[in-house]
Design a protein around this ligand. Structure first.
Ligand code: ATP
Length: 326
């Protein structure tokens, strides 16, 4: 009898990172890293400063071509191993199985990863179009379907009914996400005029307007106050529950990570040091020692001195976005 997988993310993975290595000259930023992101899960990628988290994001979203390794995105459920192996043997980037397609992201350019594989991302440093309104930012995100509806522009110039319909739908969808992110009253304001926390939520709304199956968020809670952090948690849980979108996030705020994640993967010096549910990870001496920069056998001593667990919401040294060792 086949042994059932220990975790749901290994059984029904929307994304599999397999033996990923990324070198920059002599520097190995990510070394033979493997992990799964479960379909419909919120998965956190954490680790001290310089651990390689953003490099992993850049490989998944096509900003970097990995030195080695495979990155598989699945639209259908289950592992689909045979399909993936068959695709790997060819030079192709994805198969044509309708709703059950699999994608080898390391072979794809970034715009195809977003358009076809349906992976969206936000950045550590906000990258909105500051001079455009909040609404316009969300319409730009729907450029691909609008271009199709305009028959690559001519329909738009002639303002054909099919284009008008697609444009009205795009505006409705943008308004939906402005409503969900609490920004509908700022729809006509330039993005650059919005307060920082609102800009962070607008970035998430913009990513959701591409209708992603996987949403990658690079430090979404950075710089947020406690109220905004709570609102962010609620928004991410809504996105996962009501839209079925899987979320992979890099986050230094352990309050956010431990509260909303189903699964946590921990990196240190480009290698995976822990992988499991939040309870497992926060009690893992390897993780605590990486964050404190002390040996594993000194962890108990430090916790005793502090009289509290080190990685536990607000007691975490990574609080305030410091991310432990730098
Ligand atoms: N384009 C690049 N060229 C050279 N080195 C790079 C490049 N990108 C990242 N690195 C190096 O790779 C290592 C991992 O960096 P990365 O930004 O992925 O870490 P991180 O875990 O995201 O850190 P932080 O939490 O501070 O954002 C660092 O040593 C960094 O200097």
């Amino acid at each position: 009898m086949k042994t059932p997988p220990a975790h749901t993310w290994d059984d029904n993975a929307v994304l599999s990172v397999e033996h990923l290595t990324m070198r920059f000259g002599g520097l190995v930023a990510v070394n033979d890293l493997s992990f799964n992101v479960g379909r419909g899960d919120i998965t956190a990628l954490i680790g001290p400063n310089g651990a390689g988290k953003t490099t992993v994001f850049n490989c998944v979203t096509g900003f970097y071509k990995p030195t080695e390794g495979r990155i598989v995105m699945r639209h259908g459920t289950g592992l689909q191993s045979e399909k993936i192996e068959a695709l790997t043997r060819t030079g192709r980037q994805f198969n044509d199985d309708g709703d059950d397609r699999v994608f080898l992201l390391e072979r794809m350019p970034d715009f195809e990863i977003s358009k076809r594989a349906k992976v969206a991302r936000t950045f550590q440093n906000i990258r909105l179009f500051g001079g455009m309104t909040a609404l316009e930012n969300l319409l730009v995100a729907q450029h691909n379907p609008l271009m199709l509806a305009s028959s690559m522009t001519i329909g738009g110039i002639l303002n054909l009914p099919s284009y008008r319909k697609a444009r009205a739908e795009a505006i409705d969808f943008a308004a939906y996400w402005l409503e969900k992110t609490g920004l509908i009253h700022r729809a006509d304001d330039p993005a650059a005029d919005l307060p920082y926390g609102d800009q962070r939520r607008l970035e998430i709304a913009r990513a959701m307007c591409t209708r992603p199956q996987l949403l990658c968020l690079d430090e979404p809670a950075a710089g947020l106050n406690p109220r905004e952090s709570t609102e962010l948690n609620q928004l991410l849980q809504y996105i996962r529950k009501d839209h079925g979108t899987s979320i992979l996030l890099i986050e230094h705020d352990m309050g956010v990570v431990m509260e909303i994640s189903d699964h946590v993967v921990v990196l240190d010096y480009g290698e995976k040091i822990s992988d499991g549910d939040p309870d497992h990870v926060k009690n893992d001496p390897k993780v605590i020692s990486a964050y404190l920069g002390v040996d594993e056998d000194e962890v108990a001593e430090v916790e005793e001195a502090l009289d509290m667990p080190v990685i536990h919401g607000k007691t975490d040294p990574a609080e305030n976005g410091e991310g432990g060792r730098s």
